[in-house]
Design a protein around this ligand. Structure first.
Ligand SMILES: [Fe+2]
Ligand SMILES: [Fe+2]
Length: 468
């Protein structure tokens, strides 16, 4: 097999023998990892997947039946911009970095490793879900997300191998050694160590946690380190589908719940095998709060340093802002002081995690509005909501304090007493799991979820998306 067939790419890999050797050495380890930790039980099946074969705006995605281990994980960057400049920070307007600037080497490597670690982690979290899919359509979407997260790992490993030499190669190896949820060698970020073992978890994860990915990648797509910016821009095109899976998945669950509520005399959907709205709300609370943690501390010297260095910008830095230096403004946030919530003004650059988190929250709210429209459509008056950003946090200003879902400071004791109302209990999880029985006949769907409005790429819902 020639090099391009083994590693499709638009980075001139055949010209760069050193990089080629590094990647070819890593490839078998990656495939071992995929076999051990990728989707369990379906590796030999034909799945109707899209594969990136080119970055051109038309037809970058090729659809066909593929066995997952034969998926062509490639390396694709958006085309280079001639005369690219550093778009923000202290070096605003200087030529973009084509190599890693020595003084930012450790920061950049940390950023890339942290992003890279999330990609295989999510594949590990989701590896058993194929066994309980609600339809072939959903199974296919799960596997599409999984192979693309694998490709995202490739994207980050390309940067580590291509730009960081020996320590980059060591980090690339370590990305295959950590394991989601493993107490001895866990993944770096906590949301990626949480079990994702039922489909309500999966849809919540792709809605809320993949959406964090969108915002991190968008901030890195602004980077003055051009190879990183170009890599992230292309990853964002794939990320859009992951969020679509989560958003529409939850929407379909909510719609089905509403339909079952209307059918049962006392609106109790447990009798008819649906997922009650209060359980859905608790899953939202759980994944939203863990995903908020991924943005880092509210007040952060790292965020200031990364911005100053031109490494990590704001969401839509070029489109949304005119002042790209941001050395003067301030930002007022709410912090806990002497047991009370008080406003504190911080320099804008130190508040950039919070600024990015705010963009993310706005985006999540749109999802909630769509699901609430589904409830209204079906004639149900209950509504879902996002908990306050202070609720159930493990990172930053609010970690170590207890809040209710409205964001009021409460005692730890009070939180413990009321938490089963706010977060999924063992009984909730067991109930959801009890509904997770596989439905694999083409065109059939589990009782707890509504069918999608349309199939994939013009195919009907009844299409045989996975040949079992
Ligand atoms: Fe990803
Ligand atoms: Fe993703």
């Amino acid at each position: 097999m020639n090099l391009y067939d083994r590693i499709p790419n638009n980075v001139n890999l055949s010209e760069d023998k050193r990089l080629q050797r590094a990647l070819e050495k890593w490839l078998p380890n990656y495939l071992d990892w995929w076999h051990d930790m990728g989707p369990d039980g379906f590796q030999g099946k034909d799945v109707w997947l899209r594969t990136a074969i080119d970055v051109g705006s038309e037809g970058w995605a090729h659809f066909d039946y593929v066995k997952m281990p034969d998926y062509r994980w490639g390396i694709f960057l958006e085309p280079a911009q001639p005369d690219a400049k550093v778009g923000f920070g202290d070096n605003y307007g200087a030529p973009a970095y084509q190599e890693v600037p020595g003084e930012f080497r450790n920061s950049l490597r940390r950023i890339i490793v942290t992003q890279g670690d999330t990609e295989p982690a999510s594949v590990e979290q989701q590896r058993q879900l194929g066994h309980t899919c609600p339809s072939l359509y959903d199974m296919r979407n799960l596997f599409q997300v999984n192979v693309e997260e694998g490709r995202h790992l490739w994207a980050m490993v390309y940067l580590l191998h291509g730009y960081f030499g020996r320590d980059g190669r060591d980090e690339a190896d370590a990305l295959l050694e950590r394991r989601s949820g493993n107490p001895d060698k866990p993944r770096i970020l906590e949301a990626f160590n949480q079990p994702c073992d039922d489909w309500l978890n999966f849809f919540s994860f792709t809605m809320f946690t993949d959406r964090d990915g969108k915002y991190q990648l968008s901030a890195l797509a602004e980077s003055g380190f051009e190879p990183l910016a170009r890599t992230c821009k292309f990853m964002l095109t794939e990320e859009a589908h992951h969020m679509f899976v989560g958003d529409t998945g939850l929407s379909r669950v909510v719609r089905r719940t509403a339909q079952l509520m209307k059918q049962s005399p006392n609106e109790d959907v447990r009798e008819s095998g649906g997922i009650p709205l209060d359980i859905i709300q608790r899953y939202i609370n759980f994944w939203f709060s863990y995903s908020l943690d991924l943005f880092g501390g509210e007040i952060s010297s790292n965020s200031a340093d990364f911005f100053a260095a031109g490494l990590k910008g704001r969401f839509k830095e070029q489109e949304q802002y005119t002042d790209h230096v941001a050395s003067e403004g301030s930002f007022t946030m709410t912090v806990v002081e002497d047991g009370r919530l008080v406003p504190r003004e911080v320099p804008l650059r130190n508040a950039l995690n919070e600024v990015l988190r705010g963009e993310y929250v706005k985006d999540c709210e749109k999802g909630l509005a769509r699901w609430n429209r589904a409830l209204a459509d079906e004639g149900v008056s209950d509504r879902l909501f996002l908990p306050n950003i202070r609720f159930h946090r493990h990172v930053g200003e609010y970690a170590g304090h207890s809040f209710d879902v409205e964001g009021n400071l409460i005692s730890e004791e009070d939180f413990e007493k009321r938490k089963s109302r706010w977060l999924p209990s063992i009984e909730d999880r067991e109930y959801v799991r009890s509904l997770m029985r596989p439905v694999t006949d083409p065109g059939k769907i589990a009782n707890w979820i509504a069918p999608p409005a349309a199939g994939i790429k013009g195919k009907p819902f009844e299409f045989e998306y996975v040949r079992l």
